[in-house]
Design a protein around this ligand. Structure first.
Ligand SMILES: *[C@@H]1O[C@H](CO)[C@@H](O)[C@H](O)[C@H]1NC(C)=O
Ligand SMILES: *[C@@H]1O[C@H](CO)[C@@H](O)[C@H](O)[C@H]1NC(C)=O
Ligand SMILES: CC(=O)N[C@H]1CO[C@H](CO)[C@@H](O)[C@@H]1O
Length: 438
């Protein structure tokens, strides 16, 4: 190479270096599916499930995502009949672009104890708010590790998988409350059930809808973990103590939706939602060992917080004088509605989804909370249509699941197009050049 070539090469390297400092990295597509496929025990079992209505391929929509070691967990809630298995994982090292889902902890645990036959769906109205009232099936489970229908799950620092099982099948058809809303905790090292807790009936309301669970645990005190379960339908939060094996319900005005921000346009579908408190993120440990719990309603653009000391003090938080312990953090601005949020202890940044913008965004908790301090990480009207769930693992990798859910709920997905994606990116790369990098 001549000296001039060397020089321009050097210049180019310089320029690329400078450029990478201003432009944040995009998410990379790790897996994608047109339709989900499952790892059936035999081809005959799959054929049988198809013929008797227990497996209707197009009704299986992935929703929740989580990572533990070599496993990527994927939930498939029973919105409609014919969901093969609600709690599943795929091998992170799978070289396939569209790997099959393995039911967790087993096929048996994902089997419905009653027969649910396909019903006519009430599309196009179709959403959760138009669903019929669930009939109580009053089932006594033979196996406590049975999972009926789960939306989101979380792995904690003590290698446990927390599952919020709504117990509700065929939500949009002829809904059946097969078991009460329950918390299941699995030991990921042995794949065995550690705990099954039923949320008491007097802590749920007529419109209750539990689609998330967020765990507040420290490695040094695994038994003292708490779980926070937002009730997006009836505007409350269930607080569960693992040590006491007890829960209580917390209410607050900030758990409600904002009537000015219940209008959504996603992937060409317009709809109105009234979903309240939904996303929750456990902030860093303060010097006094307390942590702030950040939260937001789905149909809202505002962020709030409350100390975990307050949430974990039953007598205090269920009495009226705790009202002022809940704080307004700020507003994300126009079209700032968000499903999931996660706090990354390494960068001090909260990552969150932006469903009305087909985007992933971030906020550094050391900054004030205004539209200007929010960082846009990635936006794509093709691959990020309805970013439904996101998690961060202990290697600083952000995992995002996008699934075009509004089209699934109100219209029909095109089985020949890629509908579901799992995307990933590194925390530090993603915030580069955004207001989240400090
Ligand atoms: C399931 O768990 C409940 C308590 O949560 C317990 O009473 C019951 O005995 C358990 N059933 C089985 C089959 O282990
Ligand atoms: C709970 O809050 C009350 C104040 O309402 C306080 O007196 C009490 O010490 C708190 N309990 C704990 C365990 O922090
Ligand atoms: C067994 C195996 O191949 N493990 C690899 C899986 O992929 C991760 C990275 O995604 C590697 O770090 C592991 O070594």
């Amino acid at each position: 190479m001549n000296p001039l070539g060397m020089l321009s090469l050097g210049l180019m390297v310089c320029l690329i270096g400078a450029f990478s400092r201003i432009a944040s990295a995009k998410l990379e597509e790790k897996f994608s599916w047109k339709q989900l496929a499952f790892d059936w025990p035999t081809p005959e079992a799959e054929a049988e499930a198809k013929s008797n209505g227990h497996y209707i391929v197009e009704n299986n929509l992935p929703l929740g995502v989580e990572r533990w070691q070599n496993r990527i967990f994927v939930t498939v809630p029973r919105w409609k009949a014919g969901v093969a298995a609600t709690l599943n994982y795929i091998d992170i090292n799978s070289t396939e672009k569209s790997p099959k889902l393995h039911p967790y902890p087993s096929w048996e645990a994902n089997k419905l104890p009653i027969d649910v036959q396909p019903q006519d769906q009430k599309t196009p109205s179709g959403g959760r708010l138009d669903a019929d009232k669930a009939q109580d099936a009053g089932i006594q489970l033979k196996d406590n590790s049975t999972v009926i229908s789960t939306f989101r799950i979380q792995v904690d620092v003590c290698d446990r998988l927390w599952v919020l099982d709504t117990g509700l099948a065929d939500i949009l058809g002829s809904p059946k409350q097969i078991t009460p809303n329950s918390i299941l905790v699995f030991d990921l090292k042995t794949d065995t059930l550690l705990r099954r807790f039923t949320i008491p009936a007097d802590q749920t309301k007529e419109d209750s809808f539990f689609a998330n669970i967020v765990v507040d645990a420290d490695r040094s005190e695994c038994q003292d973990a708490f779980a926070y379960i937002p009730d997006l339908g009836a505007y409350g939060v269930i607080v569960y103590s693992l040590r006491n094996d007890k829960s209580y319900r917390v209410k607050h005005n900030f758990f409600h939706f904002d009537p000015l921000h219940g209008d959504f346009n996603v992937g060409g579908v317009n709809f109105q939602w009234t979903d309240g408190v939904f996303g929750l993120a456990v902030g860093p440990m303060n010097p006094d060992h307390s942590k702030d719990i950040y939260f937001h309603a789905l149909a809202s653009t505002k962020e709030f917080k409350v100390s975990n000391r307050v949430l974990q003090n039953e007598s205090h938080v269920t009495a009226g004088d705790s009202y002022y312990d809940f704080k307004y953090v700020g507003d994300r601005g126009m079209n700032g509605q968000s499903t999931a949020e996660v706090f990354d202890p390494e960068t001090g940044v909260i990552f969150y989804t932006q469903v009305n913008k087909d985007a992933i965004a971030c906020w550094n908790i050391k900054r004030p909370y205004t539209p200007d301090t929010q960082g846009l990480i990635d936006s794509d009207s093709h691959t990020l249509v309805f970013p439904n769930d996101m998690k961060i693992d202990n290697e600083g990798t952000i995992w995002v699941l996008s699934d075009k859910m509004p089209t699934y709920l109100y219209k029909e997905l095109d089985p020949s197009a890629v509908n579901y994606r799992i995307l990933m990116g590194q925390n530090r790369d993603l915030i580069k050049g955004t207001p989240c990098e400090m």
